[in-house]
Ligand binder design. Structure first.
Ligand code: SF4
Length: 447
C-alpha cells in the first residue's frame, strides 16, 4: 500500500483542510505513514500569511530532494494559502500544485504526471468584486467542504463555517489566496456537529477568517450559535476569529446566554494606534475597540480575552508603538498572538516602506510580551482556589494537561496517584481545583 505524509503550516483553517486532505487520500487507498521517509506522497499545506512559514517551506525542499533520491516514485504536492508570488517561485519545485478548493478532483488530477491547478488567484481588490461571481466561487469553495475530514482527535473538532475574507486589511494575503467570503449552509454545519456530538466529541471549534460575518439564508452567526447550542449533549462551542467591526450586540447577548458557548473571545486589535489602524485598513479606532470590550465584559463577566497584534508595521514610530503598549496595559488581555510585521508581496502594505528594523521589531515584541505576562498572570491568579471544568487532553511528564472552559491551559494531577487518570480519560470533562497560576496557565489537582 502507498503511504502519505502531510506537512501543515498556518492557522486552524489550514489544519482543518489537512484533515480533509487526509481522508481524500485514504479514499484513494493511501495509508498514513508513521514517518516522512516512508511516504510515497507528501502534501505540503503551506501558508503565505507570514514570511517565516514560507521560509520553512523552502527549508523543506532540500530534504525533499534527498527523499526523492531514496524513493524514486515519491511525489510531492503543494497546496494551501499561497500567493501568486510564492506560487511563481515554488511551482517548479513540486510535482503538483493543487488548489485546496480542487480537492474533490485530486483523484483525477493525481493521475497526471505533473500538474498545476491553481485557479481563482485574485490579483487585485478591483478584480475581487468585478470578476469573481459569488455563485461560481461559492460552488467551487463549498464543494470541498463537503468532503468529510479525518478529525485529528477523538474529542475536539474544527468546523469551517466561513471561508475567505472580504476585508482586505492592508498587510494580509488571505483575500487574495482564499478569495471572497463564502458561508457554509447552516444545515450542513448543524449536521456535522450533530454527528460529532453523537460520537461524544466535547469541543467544537467554528472556524472562519471572519467568523462573525457568517451569513447564509437569513442565518447570521448569532443564530448559528443558538442552533448549535440547542443540539442536546455535553459539549463546548468555541469560535475564532472575530473582527471587531462585526461584533454585534446580538452576538454578545447570544454568547452570554448560550451555556455551551465558552466565554473565550479572540478579538484581534492589530495595533493600539489609530493612525496605524487606518494604514492597516482596519475600520475602527482604539476607542471603538475599548468600548466594545467594555460592553462584552459587562455582559460576560468571566471572559477570557485574547487578541492579535502586529508590531513594526510601516510608520509605527516609537510613540505610536507606545500607544499599543498603553492600550495593552489598560485592556489587560489573557492572551495575545504578537507578530512581527513582514511585508507580503501583492498586499497594499507591500508598497509602503518597511520603516522598522528587524532588531526593533524584536524589541517591541519583547516589550509587549512582558506587558502581556503581567496582565495574564494577574488574570490567572483570580482562579486560585476555584474549581474549574477542564477538558483533559494529554499527559506530559506525569502531569495531565487540558484546557478550562475559559480556554486556559491547566496542568493537574490526581492527589491519590499521578497516573490515576489514564489515556482513556483523555477527551473527557473533569473538575480541577486550581492551586497555582503562571502567566501562560494554571496548575491544580483533580477533585
Ligand atoms: Fe486578513 Fe483582515 Fe481578513 Fe483577517 S480580516 S483574514 S487580517 S484581511
Amino acid at each position: 500500500m502507498k503511504k502519505y505524509w502531510i506537512i501543515t503550516y498556518g492557522c486552524q483553517m489550514n489544519k482543518s483542510d489537512s484533515e480533509r486532505i487526509a481522508l481524500t487520500l485514504e479514499t484513494m487507498k493511501y495509508l498514513s505513514a508513521s514517518k516522512i521517509d516512508e511516504a510515497d506522497l507528501i502534501v505540503v499545506n503551506m501558508c503565505s500569511v507570514r514570511q517565516s512559514a514560507v521560509d520553512r517551506v523552502y527549508g523543506n525542499i532540500k530534504n525533499f530532494d534527498k527523499l526523492k533520491k531514496k524513493n524514486k516514485k515519491l511525489k510531492i504536492i503543494l497546496t494551501g494559502c499561497i500567493t501568486k508570488y510564492d506560487l511563481k517561485k515554488l511551482k517548479e519545485k513540486f510535482d503538483y500544485v493543487l488548489s485546496i478548493k480542487s480537492l474533490p478532483h485530486w483523484k483525477k488530477l493525481l493521475k497526471k504526471k505533473k500538474y498545476i491547478y491553481y485557479p481563482n488567484q485574485i490579483k487585485s481588490r478591483e478584480q475581487f468584486s468585478a470578476n469573481m461571481p459569488r455563485t461560481v466561487l461559492g460552488t467551487l469553495s463549498c464543494n470541498y467542504l463537503k468532503i468529510k475530514p479525518k478529525y485529528t482527535t477523538k474529542f475536539s473538532a474544527y468546523i469551517p463555517v466561513v471561508i475567505g475574507c472580504n476585508n482586505f486589511c492592508s498587510y494580509c494575503v488571505v483575500p487574495y489566496t482564499r478569495g471572497q467570503e463564502i458561508s457554509r449552509s447552516a444545515e450542513d454545519i448543524v449536521k456535522e456537529v450533530k454527528n460529532l456530538v453523537k460520537k461524544r466529541y466535547k469541543e467544537i471549534w467554528l472556524l472562519g477568517e471572519n467568523v462573525n460575518s457568517y451569513s447564509s439564508n437569513k442565518v447570521n452567526f448569532s443564530k448559528l450559535l443558538k442552533m448549535i447550542n440547542d443540539i442536546p449533549g455535553d459539549f463546548w462551542i468555541r469560535f475564532t476569529s472575530s473582527h471587531p467591526k462585526d461584533f454585534s450586540d446580538e452576538l454578545i447577548k447570544t454568547i452570554a446566554k448560550c451555556e455551551k458557548v465558552t466565554k473565550y473571545i479572540s478579538l484581534p486589535i492589530q495595533s493600539g494606534d489609530d493612525e496605524i489602524l487606518k494604514k492597516m485598513n482596519r475600520p475602527y479606532t482604539v476607542r471603538n475597540y475599548k468600548n466594545l470590550v467594555k460592553k462584552i465584559r459587562k455582559e460576560i463577566p468571566n471572559l477570557t480575552l485574547s487578541t492579535d497584534v502586529i508590531v513594526g508595521f510601516p510608520g509605527e514610530t516609537k510613540k505610536r508603538f507606545q500607544n499599543t503598549v498603553n492600550f495593552f496595559k489598560e485592556t489587560s488581555f489573557d492572551m495575545a498572538y504578537i507578530a512581527q510585521y513582514s511585508p507580503r508581496p501583492g498586499t497594499a502594505a507591500y508598497k509602503m516602506k518597511d520603516t522598522v528594523s528587524h532588531q526593533e521589531k524584536e524589541r517591541r515584541d519583547k516589550v509587549l510580551t512582558e506587558v502581556l505576562k503581567k496582565t495574564a498572570l494577574k488574570n490567572n491568579k483570580k482562579y486560585i482556589g476555584k474549581i474549574v471544568e477542564v477538558l483533559s487532553e494529554y499527559e506530559r511528564k506525569n502531569w495531565l494537561i487540558g484546557k478550562t472552559r475559559e480556554y486556559k491551559t491547566i496542568k493537574f494531577q490526581s492527589l491519590r496517584s499521578p497516573t490515576s487518570l489514564r489515556k482513556s480519560d483523555f477527551g473527557k470533562f473533569v473538575r480541577v481545583k486550581v492551586t497555582d497560576a503562571i502567566p501562560w496557565g494554571l496548575k491544580g489537582h483533580l477533585i
